[in-house]
Write a protein of this length. Structure first.
Length: 213
């Protein structure tokens, strides 16, 4: 009788320990699933400073003109708010995510350079100038799949807000008046036959092309 009671107590203890372990595991997995927004305040590693000074001497004609523009707190805040809507507690808990200033700069650099996500991953890892521009410096950089998932959080509404803020800053500094929009196009080579002098009129009239050719 006494042995049976001791056995029941031991079984209950094992059950409580197992239940506590399962609840703890579920809680940890729930935290890991979320990506917490990383802070924009960071301190560089002391050993990286000599490399940073060397990288600062190098120039990039595409990135340098927008470097100071992307430091605007309002632009960074727009991206931070977009990341905060990913999960209810993204601002306070979860695994380390991508900082809003880094995300904004990586997005701009990708589009300016015309890279794919794999190109962005490779170039960012191997180039000190790109690391300095994106504020990654000596820190580990994400892989292409992380870039792809995180870039998808930047909605068209956010893009419009960023454009409005940039235009507003241009108006404040007297660079533009914000009343006209000029667009540009890109020529892509295709296998469509281009007009030659003997048959150029066919492209305008649409008749007699086969006979003229």
């Amino acid at each position: 009788m006494l042995a049976g009671a001791r056995l029941d107590v031991a079984d209950r203890k094992k059950f409580c320990i197992s239940r506590t372990f399962l609840l703890t595991s579920a809680f940890l997995l729930d935290i890991i699933e979320y990506a917490m927004i990383e802070t924009t305040s960071r301190q560089s590693w002391l050993g990286y400073l000599p490399l940073a000074r060397q990288a600062a001497l190098l120039k990039d004609d595409l990135l340098d003109p927008v470097d100071k523009l992307l430091d605007d707190p309002a632009l960074v805040e727009l991206v931070r708010q977009s990341l905060a809507r990913r999960y209810p507690r993204s601002t306070v808990t979860g695994r380390p995510g991508m900082a809003p200033d880094r995300l904004l700069r990586c997005c701009v650099m990708k589009h300016l350079k015309g890279w794919s996500f794999r190109d962005l991953e490779r170039e960012l890892r191997s180039n000190l100038v790109y690391r300095r521009f994106t504020h990654y410096d000596e820190d580990a950089t994400p892989d292409f799949s992380t870039f792809s998932r995180t870039f998808a959080l930047l909605s068209p509404e956010l893009t419009e807000q960023i454009h409005q803020r940039v235009v507003g800053m241009a108006c404040e500094q007297g660079v533009a008046q914000g009343r006209k929009l000029r667009t540009d196009t890109t020529v892509v080579e295709t296998n469509i036959h281009y007009p030659t002098p003997p048959t150029a009129h066919c492209w305008g009239t649409g008749s007699g092309c086969s006979a003229a050719a």
